[in-house]
Design a protein around this ligand. Sequence first.
Ligand SMILES: [Zn+2]
Length: 103
Amino acid sequence: MVFIKFIVLLLVFLLLVGTGVLALIFRVLARLAAPADKGNAARGAGAETPPARGGRHGYASPEAEAETMLCCAHCGLYVPESQGVRAHDAFFCSELHRREHQA
Ligand SMILES: [Zn+2]
C-alpha cells in the first residue's frame, strides 16, 4: 500500500514538474520566435512593454492598486485601507478625523 502511495506521489510530482518545464519551454520558444519577426526586431525591447498602469515611477505598486479604497466617515474622502484609521465599525482618512468624528 505504501508503494502505491509512493507511485501516486511520484506521478503528481512528475505532472507538476512536467507542466513547469513545458511552460518554461514555451517561454523560451516565444522569446526565440520574437526576434525572427523582422518587423518587430527594431523595437524588440519595446515589445515587452510594462503593463499600462496609471501610476509609474513607483507611485502605485501593484499591491497598492489592488488595495481597497474606503470612504472616510468624517469627510467622505476615499483613502487606501492601510493609510486610514479604523475605529469600531467606522473608517477614517486620518487620526485627526477619527478624533473629530468621535468628539
Ligand atoms: Zn476624513
